[in-house]
Design a protein around this ligand. Structure first.
Ligand code: ZN
Length: 410
């Protein structure tokens, strides 16, 4: 069903939105932690957005983030005390693994480029939605704030800095959900597994020997995949919420594949995406239970003569963080209503990757994730966003602003 649009949603300028997204994709804004070669950091995109949003008539300020760069905070003032925030990160991961990463191209209605899905599509949509609201003459009974932050892809310092200054009442995170309503977001556990063995002739390794660090590590990794807390799938409304697991080998002290020798040292990074519980306390407990199960697993293999160690001090601190489930309160219902108005129906989504939403949720701020694109395409060598989805997201954002900030048409 294609809904008939009215009000602010119909005021979004599609051509301008497409142009803005093109412009954003042409400016590399690779997080310095992912930087390779000559890709410039986030400075240039801040300059561009600062000017663009000033031209649109927003109040714009730059906020220094000590770890590097600036957040851009753009505001449209309303008459009431409530503040609605749209949050988006302006950094991306590297473009080195993507051909033409910063030379965006349209093919069959899809716009290809680094950051198209994660998450310049969402940023372009929220800026044009805010502009549509501003130019429509709709009166806002509260402030509308766009927080365009640095450093989501590494430490999340941009959003944490923003929340030191601002105390919003509601937050919408524009990360890609294919325009489904992200009511829940995973947390994570990140650690390194190190395994030690001894070097011996590869053809003398009997099944069950503990000499190969590699074989010992794989036993632990297989054990992690079988842990009850890791296999458990949680549900909320119609949404299925599985955990996710990724293993990434980093070091093995043998430089060529040499099956005639055993591996005496093996190191692998592990990321477990942990589905949240209904409350923050329950989400924390799920993480603690998972950690405890892993410790027991490692203890048991070590009692059997292996030498394995879990190291939580590597990677991005902190090594664990819970996710959240946003209950369907009035804010969520009003957003859902906006999606129904502009998309003719709604679906709920579970956001698999940890993102800035948790920082808002931890401050007691009702938080939803909604944006064009998919998380799987983000960071991929084939990243794109469907332009129709970006336009639809902009209309939904505009409608949501009207619904949530209690507007009346002048
Ligand atoms: Zn993202």
């Amino acid at each position: 069903m294609v809904p008939k649009l009215s009000g602010v949603a119909s005021k979004v300028n599609d051509a301008e939105l497409e142009q803005l997204l093109f412009d954003l994709l042409r400016i590399p804004s690779v997080n310095p932690k992912f930087k390779t070669g000559d890709e410039p950091a986030e400075t240039q995109i801040v300059e561009f957005l600062d000017k663009k949003m000033m031209d649109y008539g927003f109040e714009v300020e730059r906020q220094v983030v000590e770890s590097g760069g600036w957040n851009l905070i753009a505001r449209i003032r309303g008459d009431g005390p409530k503040t609605l925030v749209f949050n988006g990160h302006i950094d991306t991961v590297t473009g080195a693994n993507m051909p033409d990463a910063f030379n965006p191209k349209i093919k069959h209605g899809k716009l290809y480029g680094r950051g198209a899905s994660d998450m310049k599509g969402g940023i372009a949509a929220m800026i044009e939605a805010a502009k549509a609201v501003k130019t429509s003459g709709v009166k806002l009974n509260g402030d509308l704030v766009l927080s365009l932050v640095v450093d989501e892809e590494y430490g999340g310092t941009g959003t944490q800095k923003f929340l030191e200054k601002e105390k919003p009442d509601y937050a919408i995170i524009g990360e890609p959900t294919q325009n489904e309503i992200g009511l829940a977001q995973a947390g994570y556990i990140e650690f390194t597994l190190e395994s030690e063995g001894t070097i011996q002739h590869g053809s003398t390794l009997k099944i069950g020997d503990n000499s190969s660090a590699y074989i010992n590590a794989t036993k632990i990794l297989n054990g992690i995949l079988e842990l009850p807390t890791v296999r458990k799938v949680r549900h909320y409304l119609d949404v299925e919420m599985p955990n996710t697991v990724n293993f990434c080998p980093v070091d093995q002290r043998i430089f060529t594949s040499q099956a005639w020798m055993t591996v005496d040292y093996y190191k692998v990074n592990v990321l477990i995406g942990v589905a949240p519980g209904r409350t923050v306390a329950e989400s924390d407990r799920i993480i603690e239970d998972t950690l405890e199960e892993m410790e027991v697993l490692v203890d048991n293999t070590n009692k059997a003569g292996q030498r394995n160690k879990l190291n939580y001090e590597t990677g991005v601190p902190p090594y664990k963080k819970h996710g959240f489930i946003q209950p369907k309160n009035d804010f969520a219902k009003k957003f859902e209503q906006a999606v129904d108005q502009t998309q003719g129906g709604h679906r709920y989504a579970y956001v698999l990757s940890f993102c800035d939403g948790t920082f808002f949720y931890d401050k007691g701020i009702p938080t939803l994730t909604y944006g064009p694109g998919t998380m799987e395409l983000g960071h991929s060598s084939n990243e794109y966003v469907d332009l129709n989805e970006v336009k639809e997201a902009a209309r939904t954002y505009a409608q949501a602003i009207e619904n949530i900030l209690g507007t009346e048409v002048l």
